[in-house]
Design a binder for this molecule. Structure first.
Ligand code: ADP
Length: 194
């Protein structure tokens, strides 16, 4: 299963991906986690990315593509993956398309988690208090929501036009949201096989 999880910041992509990877038996690739690891390790990528991330803006497409290309060339993704945090704009959606075509591994499904902005702001406040991620500061969250609306929302339309997008309600119990995603995925694979 090659799956992309879309959704605004704080919509629960990371939490759901962590659960789904166990059930689907494929690795979870989070570009946000990869970037934070690069920042923590002080790599050249991390040094370039830090200020951009703290401000809630998007790190350059070149950096992301290089990172993703390297990750997708590793052996553990041969059986599939859950991609979380990419693509975040139309250029990245195009780049992903080309990259997956090149390695002969097209996407099986794209699931978007739908969560209203008020719920996102509340969730990020809780995460800010717990984890102190600079980009969860309420002022930065507002900027991230703007970046999402302007740059990432068109990515959902891009996949919808290809008949690939499943929209799942991301509000509710964690187990319930996981169950909704699994239902969307089995509907998708039934449609693909029949
Ligand atoms: P969340 O899931 O809360 O939106 P992430 O952990 O996915 O946050 O991402 C944190 C930050 O990392 C983003 O705000 C952005 O600066 C950077 N980032 C992650 N993925 C990408 C990407 N595909 N393109 C550009 N920047 C990215």
């Amino acid at each position: 299963m090659r799956l992309v999880l879309l959704g605004p910041p704080g919509s629960g992509k990371g939490t759901q991906a962590t659960r789904l990877k166990v059930e689907l038996g494929v690795p979870h690739i989070s570009t946000g986690d990869m970037l934070r690891a690069a920042v923590a390790a002080g790599t050249p990528t991390g040094l370039k990315a830090k200020a951009v991330m703290d401000a809630g803006q998007l790190v350059s497409d070149d950096i992301l593509l290089a990172m993703l290309e390297e990750r997708l060339s590793q052996d553990d993704v041969k059986g599939g993956f859950i991609l979380d945090g990419y693509p975040r704009n139309l250029a990245q959606a195009d780049a992903l398309d080309h990259l997956l075509a090149k390695i002969g591994q097209p996407l099986d499904a794209v699931v978007k988690l739908d969560v209203p902005n008020e719920a996102i702001i509340a969730r990020c406040e809780i995460r800010f208090a717990a984890e102190h991620r600079k980009d969860d500061d309420p002022a930065v969250v507002r900027d991230r929501l703007k970046v999402y609306a302007e740059q990432t929302a068109p990515v959902a339309e891009f996949f919808a036009r290809r008949g690939k997008l499943q929209v799942v309600d991301g509000v509710g119990e964690l187990n319930e949201v996981t169950a909704r995603i699994k239902r969307a995925l089995s509907a998708e694979s039934a449609a693909a096989n029949g």
